[in-house]
Design a protein around this ligand. Structure first.
Ligand SMILES: [Zn+2]
Length: 406
């Protein structure tokens, strides 16, 4: 399968749409005209092109057009328990289109991601679908079975891409996934949640300095988008570097299933499928546009028990009381107030905190143009409390001294 950039795919789709009597005005061009015109004639070649005749080949298997398959991916042949394979769900459409890959469970305790990808993959009807969906609901099967974000050696799989065939276990597993699956994709969405005791509002993290990545990032409907250049070794960094546009999609917190967050994630991915021209129908959103944010962390300066007064997604005013840190020893309370107006896009669960602990992630809405401009100027994007690049693991890195860094 040739690699086709998302940009080019969109232009192909737009060209095809132009062959059909136009139904979309410039005003709703932002949400994308339906790539497959609902009123069109499916038998017409102009509909979305002729039916495919070629099978999709992946993991030594040929999946015929219009069919789905559940394949197996073996993470490692040299790890105990490796006879267990991660399921790879493939739906190969009857019509041309991109190969979109959904990756979940990179961190084994990020359960929302697992359920979102399972639902989206099972909902696809390959007989009425353009392109190919490849979904891996549980990439890190070892972590999943132990309810841990890590591999058995405590390494973080999302620090080893694209991997090497002769390195550490983590590096070999990353290499196997990258060569066996990711290289077959035209675009990738890597799903995560906040790490340890933090939850994230559904949010796309993307290197907005890359055009194709930015285009993918704005396809998630009314979902928050944050610029983040990403760290070395992350799947999205490694894949984007070989021209496979990849974003991270963070949804909720680890260790539990959150129905509201899962529903948002599912709807966002169905919107992505539609924007890439793979499905006829897009879910409807109250607000159709993504919301771009610049963000900063609000920290506790004292140790104690955190008790929040706000919820994830709340709009807050400058100087608003966000929560208190209680010291039961001295019987005192320290207030946490917001330095500016914004939206709570991430927050810690109520827990014991230490001085410097990042408690609230405050997002200030900005324009897409501004976000892209800053990204192109070389801004690393979301920063953590030490001014380092924040990514889906830096919280964990700050909390876990044992974790190998980049
Ligand atoms: Zn993660």
């Amino acid at each position: 399968m040739n690699k086709v950039s998302v940009t080019r795919l969109v232009s192909i789709v737009l060209t095809l749409v132009a062959l059909v009597p136009a139904s979309a005005s410039a005003a709703d061009a932002f949400v994308g005209p339906p790539a497959i015109i609902p009123g069109g004639d499916p038998a017409s070649a102009q509909f979305i092109g002729p039916k495919l005749v070629a099978a999709f080949e992946i993991l030594d298997t040929q999946v015929p057009p219009g069919e789905r398959a559940q394949l197996e991916w073996h993470a490692s042949s040299s790890l105990a328990g490796s006879e267990m394979a991660s399921p790879v769900l493939v739906a190969h459409g009857e019509r041309p289109g991109p190969v979109l890959c959904l990756v979940a469970g990179m961190h084994g305790d990020e359960l929302n991601s697992v359920e979102i990808v399972r639902r989206v993959a099972n909902a696809v009807d390959p007989s009425d679908f353009g392109g190919t969906l490849v979904a891996i609901p549980v990439v890190n099967l070892f972590g999943y079975l132990r309810n841990s974000r890590y591999l058995p050696d405590r390494r973080d799989l999302n620090r080893f891409f694209p991997g090497t065939p002769h390195g550490s276990i983590a590096s070999r597993i990353a290499y196997g996934l990258f060569t066996g699956v990711i290289r077959h994709c035209d675009a990738v969405v890597d799903l995560h949640t906040g790490s340890f005791a933090r939850r994230n509002l559904p949010q796309v993290r993307a290197d907005l300095s890359r055009d194709a990545v930015g285009e993918l990032a704005r396809s998630f409907g009314a979902t928050a988008v944050l610029h983040s250049r990403g760290a070395r070794g992350m799947l999205r960094t490694a894949a984007s570097e070989v021209d496979i546009p990849t974003v991270t999609f963070e949804v909720g917190g680890p260790g539990e299933l959150e129905p509201g967050e899962i529903a948002h994630g599912e709807q966002a991915l169905q919107t992505v499928l539609h924007k890439l021209g793979m499905t006829r129908h897009s879910p409807t959103w109250d607000e159709s546009r993504p919301v771009f944010y610049e963000s900063s962390w609000i920290r506790s300066d004292v140790s104690g028990l955190l008790l929040s007064h706000v919820a994830l997604g709340d709009q807050v005013e400058a100087k608003q009381l966000l929560g208190v840190v209680i010291d039961p020893i001295s019987n005192t309370e320290r207030k946490l107030v917001s330095p500016a107006a914004g939206t709570i896009i991430g927050m810690a669960r109520n827990q014991v905190v230490l001085p410097g602990f990042a408690v609230f992630h405050l997002g200030g809405e900005t324009s897409e143009q501004h976000a892209v401009r800053e990204a192109r100027k070389g801004s690393p994007g979301v920063l953590d409390e030490d001014g380092r690049r924040l990514d889906e693991d830096s919280d964990a890195r700050a909390l876990d001294d044992e974790l190998d860094g980049d």
